[in-house]
Write a protein that binds this ligand. Structure first.
Ligand code: AMP
Length: 286
């Protein structure tokens, strides 16, 4: 595996690697890698000749300094995992190289409401930071394919919207959420859960599954959302939102309208001071 820390070195490598119709697949991550990340990398390895994974804890997408500071960092183990799975290139840039003084990386895009609810509402500025870092990374890597996880459902829609608005010639592929045996979505933040919270955290997936069942039985969306908030309100667990929405627009589904073909439920829950998110398609495919 090649390891690059500098933008110019990676660019030089990719310009020589990109011969003979080779395609480049790219997976941006913030490290503390787990099997969820590795599923994106394996998918890229199966579909491209060159796979680039970046590890960069992007300061501009953290709306709280303490969250950025507490974010787990395990670069040594990450590199081992990437090498073991056969990743072609690991890219670990410095903040100063990602956002050099004098380079304007800010974007002003209209996400058509995709950024107004859920994570966008609860974490002001978060998606501007996500779009900014993904755009900068796409400028550097110019991949044919970009692999994003369903785990961050709203994020992959925002990135798709950005790619479309800016006419970037990269195809975005969304990879299904990888879960632990008991249903908990894998996340870098899970390492911060105490054994007790880790056990209780299955409530997210259970509630999402419960919502799917209730919708299939004809229960109203409003009632399901209220039921879910109650179900998630357990000792040491505090739901921030449980939202059922049109899976393409993330707009609420009005009570008397026919149900759209694709419906998603997304939730964020505090487990003590650890913020967990998850989602499930309640109708239609990913
Ligand atoms: P992060 O390091 O949290 O920024 O995640 C990097 C990428 O991995 C994002 O596209 C995430 O959606 C994706 N990802 C994180 N956890 C999972 C998971 N459990 N299953 C699938 N993809 C995931």
């Amino acid at each position: 595996m090649y390891l690059f820390k500098r933008v110019d070195q990676l660019r030089e490598f990719l310009s020589s690697a990109r011969t003979n119709n080779r395609t480049v697949g790219f997976i941006p991550t913030m490290g503390a890698l787990h099997d969820g990340h590795l599923s994106l990398i394996k998918r890229s390895l199966a579909e491209n000749q060159v796979t680039v994974a970046s590890i960069f804890v992007n300061p501009t997408q953290f709306n709280e300094a303490s969250d950025l500071q507490k974010y787990p960092r395990t670069p040594g183990k990450d590199l081992e995992l990437l090498a073991k799975v056969g990743c072609t290139v690991a890219f670990l840039p410095e903040v100063s190289d990602m956002y050099p003084p004098g380079l304007d990386t800010s974007l002003s895009l209209d996400f058509g409401g995709l950024d107004q609810s859920m994570e966008g509402e609860k974490r002001p500025g978060h998606f501007d930071g996500v779009a900014q870092v993904v755009k900068r990374l796409l400028d550097i890597v110019s991949p044919e394919f970009l692999y994003m996880g369903q785990k961050d459902y709203q994020q992959q829609l925002i990135v798709r919207s950005m790619v479309q608005q800016l006419n970037i010639s990269t195809t975005v592929i969304t990879v299904p959420t990888v879960r632990e045996a008991d249903g908990l979505a894998m996340s870098s933040r899970n390492v911060r859960l105490t054994p007790e919270l880790r056990e209780g955290a299955t409530i997210l997936h259970q509630t999402l599954e419960g919502a799917r069942e209730k919708l299939s039985q004809g229960e109203s969306i409003d009632r399901i959302e209220k039921w879910a908030i109650q179900a998630l309100s357990q000792p040491k667990f505090q739901p921030e939102y449980f939202t059922i929405a049109n899976a393409d627009t993330l707009q609420p589904i009005p009570a008397n309208d026919p149900l759209p073909e694709r419906i998603v439920a997304c939730t964020a829950v505090w487990a003590d001071d650890v913020r967990l998110i998850d989602n499930l398609m309640l109708a239609g495919q990913l």
